[in-house]
Ligand binder design. Structure first.
Ligand SMILES: Cc1cc2nc3c(=O)[nH]c(=O)nc-3n(C[C@H](O)[C@H](O)[C@H](O)COP(=O)(O)O)c2cc1C
Length: 194
């Protein structure tokens, strides 16, 4: 093989490598910028969000209702029930410092309220559909025994046309503090695109 043939063959090898391996490695090496955005009334989803954010190296943001829900469980349920059944939008405060353009991956955390997402999360998603275009998104939810119910489906209905939606996951609220390993595994798997 003369020099010219050698150079040509190396070019071909490089091309194949770029297609099959190096291009992927380069993309894999790109640090995905991640945000975790959540609403929590009694703290379980906050704990889950903090754990996921820490594992994913993500920035953490909280959705807050303009008028907070009553601190009493029964009263909160009375307030939330018609909103959840009617899928109405509860007014929320602007999230300070959040610029969605900076993020590739957006995790969203909500408690299960009456089998659906908490209304402030619905509001935030609805208000930000355009800004979420092209993002990879993943829902996590904490619940009181009902599991995922309609929460994942509603999430996909709101952002499914604009974002790439990864598999959602539900965590038991009452055992959230002993679910650190599961939350970390969830964060790692979704960050690797699973
Ligand atoms: C208004 C309200 C409605 C709820 N509805 C449900 C429900 O339908 N199914 C369920 O499994 N848990 C339900 N729960 C329990 C919460 O989903 C659970 O405790 C969750 O972990 C709370 O998250 P947080 O601490 O972040 O607010 C409800 C709680 C509240 C306050």
């Amino acid at each position: 093989m003369n020099r010219r043939e050698f150079v040509k063959s190396m070019g071909a090898v490089a091309g194949v490598a770029a297609i099959h391996g190096f291009a992927f490695a380069k993309e894999g090496a790109k640090k995905m910028k991640c945000a975790v955005i959540y609403f929590s009334w009694s703290g379980n989803t906050r704990f889950a969000a903090e754990t996921v954010a820490k594992k994913a190296g993500a920035d953490l943001f909280e959705i807050k209702a303009e008028k907070p829900y009553n601190a009493d469980f029964g009263k909160c349920c009375d307030e939330a029930k018609p909103e959840c059944y009617g899928k109405t939008l509860r007014a929320i405060k602007p999230i300070e410092g959040l610029d969605l353009a900076k993020y590739d991956v957006v995790f969203v955390g909500t408690p299960n309220w009456w089998g659906t997402m908490a209304p402030p999360v619905r509001t935030w998603l609805t208000q930000n559909v355009a800004a979420l275009k092209g993002k990879t998104m993943c829902l996590f939810q904490t619940h009181g025994g009902g599991g995922m119910q309609r929460v994942g489906k509603e999430f996909a209905e709101i952002v499914g046309d604009t974002a790439k939606v990864l598999a959602p996951k539900a965590f038991s609220g009452s055992s959230i503090k002993s679910s650190v390993a599961a939350l970390e595994a969830f964060a790692s798997e979704r960050m690797s695109g699973k």
